[in-house]
Design a protein around this ligand. Structure first.
Ligand SMILES: NC(=O)c1ccc[n+]([C@@H]2O[C@H](COP(=O)([O-])OP(=O)(O)OC[C@H]3O[C@@H](n4cnc5c(N)ncnc54)[C@H](OP(=O)(O)O)[C@@H]3O)[C@@H](O)[C@H]2O)c1
Length: 248
């Protein structure tokens, strides 16, 4: 019997890996896109395919999303994927890939700004345009991973926050424009796993979080799965942030 197929970008490690793992465990065939984390993603698939006796539960697609050529090859590979053809379409597109490095405004270049908008906005836009038929055929949906920065000034991160806000707004608008074809939703993680550069800052953020602790990657994965499977939800944003958004 065919399984519903989902594509997740940046799905080989951290939050993406937790989501890929949960979806494989839940009976999905997961196309795990990676750039550098190929080995991790292969290991994830191998482990879960053996544990769940599904040989395999997914596969890895490698692409640097800053490259048009590699993005186009990835789209072709998804469209021609035998499991997707067997399923009759794509059940889920999860826009998770991201870049997150602070840069003081005086050092912020147009190139960095463009790369952030490329990964956070252009790639989800292109994937939506190119995979809309496959999503429609499967009564599928899009879940984009945004953040809780909307309306706030995060020091040295204007390139990141502005491009994530653009993604948020694109998704909300598409939930309307594509209402007769697919559902479109977002998950907005709060403080889940710190980046290497922000360990000290992360501790100070946690002091502001009402629940007083960080979330876990599985908290994001659970919300993604919930949105994928909630047939009457569209245009929604779930803040998975321990209450952070209500106090700031
Ligand atoms: N961590 C948090 O607490 C937190 C908080 C708020 C929002 N979020 C959002 O939640 C999502 C997951 O967070 P995370 O911290 O797990 O993400 P992450 O580790 O910063 O990035 C996820 C993946 O994006 C991929 N990526 C980056 N540049 C790429 C490129 N040029 N081409 C292809 N792939 C590229 C990387 O894949 P490879 O490893 O394969 O290179 C990376 O593993 C992100 O959208 C993030 O913005 C996270």
């Amino acid at each position: 019997m065919s399984k519903p197929v989902v594509l997740i970008t940046g799905g080989g490690r951290r939050i993406g890996a937790a989501t890929s793992k949960l979806l494989m465990e839940s009976g999905y065939y997961v196309l795990i896109h990676v750039r550098n984390s190929k080995g991790l993603a292969e290991e994830l698939i191998q482990t879960h395919s053996v544990e769940n006796n599904c040989q395999p539960c997914g596969e890895v697609i490698v692409a640097d999303l800053t490259s048009d050529e590699e993005l186009n090859s990835m789209i072709t590979a998804v469209k021609n994927n035998p499991m997707l053809k067997q399923a009759g379409g794509l059940f889920g597109l999860i826009n998770n890939a991201s870049i997150y490095t602070p840069i003081d405004f005086e050092d912020l270049t147009l190139e960095v700004m463009r790369t952030n908008f490329r990964i956070h906005l252009e790639v989800p836009f292109i994937l939506t345009k190119q995979l809309i038929q496959e999503l429609t055929n499967s009564t599928g949906s899009i879940v984009s991973i945004i953040d809780t920065s909307q309306g706030r000034a995060w020091e040295g991160l204007s390139h990141y926050t502005s491009s994530k806000s653009a993604l948020r707004q694109l998704m909300i608008n598409l939930a309307g424009d594509l209402r007769n074809q697919i559902r479109v939703n977002c998950v907005a993680p709060g403080a889940i796993i710190s980046a290497d550069w922000e360990i000290e800052h992360f501790a100070s953020v946690l002091e502001k979080v009402p629940m007083g602790r960080s979330g876990k990657p599985i908290d994001i994965a659970n919300s993604v799965k919930f949105l994928l499977e909630s047939d009457h939800l569209s245009g929604q944003i779930i803040n998975v942030d321990g209450g952070w958004t209500i106090v700031e």
